[in-house]
Design a binder for this molecule. Structure first.
Ligand code: ZN
Length: 416
């Protein structure tokens, strides 16, 4: 077999190691700051001798929807994962969107693994692991684990054991830069030992949530990424890097988060219990962001006309867009059956919460809030270690790139 087809894209079966990296929260401004500071020599070189452009992430600009888009080459309307957290319309339950059963269709990783290509998916956070590993031929050609739980891998469940020994250090703390570096170092070991030919390495945005692009912690982290990119190149890999979303400052001049508690505001205006607001950024890693992002879903719990509701939201400061279920599904290519009555996004400097009682702002520990979720965090880097073929160069110039085209470009868009 020379290529596999999925969701209208064709992926050449790799003959040399090919590594796709989702640098979580890597707003292009982090690369610009690192290049300016001279700490990203590999990326600087690839911009000249490989390929670099800006691409649009999928909406909402959260981790799970974009990771699933990257591994399916398609928007959330096709794979069904439209948030990290959701209200299930059929049961009314509020659930994490981490169950592999919720993913619709196949992933590129699963098809490659089942076609006999040694394939590895390594994530920082375990919340993504089972969805990314869905359909992989674990134990034969598939390996899938998280650095968060690298100390408990088994051949039966993860297709690998002894990961700490492999990498040469203990599984990292979940609130650390090493959660991401451990993912990259694991991938490097698997390439060195020829245990994987197609790799998807998905990092954590812990550093970007806490630090602006020019802060020493951010520069040191991206320098560490660059060093690992160099090692992958040295091993003969094609390397492709994109991000699931960008990152913006969402704090007021006094340092407090710039937040609208939308459920509190609307229920004060329309009556207690009139609406429920769901924050799809919610995940167990609350210390990053206090579950505050720039995209929320509003569900009517009482008989409130939709136009009244939309007008009330539009009148608030800091709101970017207010879309109905139909409009949001069409504009952002979201699964209609899982969409809310209204979708609301915040502007560059604004996050939207549900009720104040649900968000623990103390977790920010004095940091300015940096977060994502809306259209202002949609621009991400799209970087390749190798030059594009003439066909793909033309394609890149004729349309706005999407981050979820990265596997196609890495596998089919460079000279094999
Ligand atoms: Zn993310």
């Amino acid at each position: 077999m020379e290529a596999i087809e999925l969701n209208g894209r064709s992926y050449r079966v790799p003959t040399r190691p090919t590594v796709v990296i989702c640098a979580d929260g890597c707003d292009p401004s982090y690369l610009e700051a690192g290049l300016e500071a001279g700490v990203l020599p590999t990326i600087a070189r690839w911009r000249e001798s490989g390929f670099y452009a800006l691409a649009d992430a999928a909406m909402p600009t959260f981790t799970n929807p974009n990771n699933l888009s990257i591994v399916t080459g398609a928007p959330p309307a096709l794979h069904g994962i439209s948030g990290n957290f959701a209200l299930d319309r059929s049961s009314g339950a509020e659930i994490m969107m981490t169950d592999p059963e919720m993913v619709r269709g196949e992933t590129i990783l699963a098809l490659m693994s089942r076609a006999g290509v040694p394939t590895a998916a390594i994530t920082a956070k375990d919340k993504l692991r089972r969805m990314l590993g869905r359909g992989l031929d674990i134990g034969r050609t598939g390996i899938c684990f998280s650095s968060e739980q690298a100390d408990r891998c088994t051949l039966a469940e993860h297709g690998i054991e002894g990961v700490e020994a492999l990498v040469g250090r203990a599984a990292p703390d979940m609130y650390s830069a090493d959660l991401s570096l451990f993912v990259l170092d694991s991938g490097i070991r698997l390439v060195e030992q020829e245990r994987a030919r197609l790799l998807y390495l998905s990092l954590s945005d812990y550093v970007q949530h806490g630090h602006a692009p020019d802060e020493p912690e951010a520069l040191a982290f991206h320098r560490a990424l660059d060093e690992r990119f160099a090692r992958l190149e040295e091993l003969g890999c094609v390397v492709a890097v994109t991000a699931d979303h960008g990152m913006n400052d969402k704090a007021l001049p006094d340092g407090n988060p710039h937040v609208l508690f939308l459920e509190d505001i609307l229920n004060a205006q329309l009556g207690a219990g009139a609406v429920r607001v769901i924050c799809p950024i919610t995940d167990p890693f609350v210390r990053h962001h206090g579950a505050l992002g720039s995209f929320v879903r509003v569900y009517r719990k009482a008989d409130v006309p939709l136009t009244t509701l939309a007008d009330r939201v539009r009148a608030l400061p800091g709101i970017d867009t207010v879309l109905t279920r139909e409009e949001a599904s069409a504009r952002y290519q979201l699964p209609y059956d899982r969409e809310a009555d209204l979708v609301v996004t915040g502007d560059r400097n604004t996050v939207i919460g549900a009720s104040a009682a649900e968000h623990d702002l103390a977790v920010l520990a004095g940091h300015r809030l940096r977060s994502h979720g809306g259209a202002y965090e949609q621009t991400v880097p799209f970087l390749l270690s190798h030059k594009l073929t003439p066909d793909y160069r033309l394609l890149s110039q004729s349309q706005r790139l999407r981050n979820f085209a990265i596997f196609e470009f890495a596998l089919s868009g460079v000279t094999p």
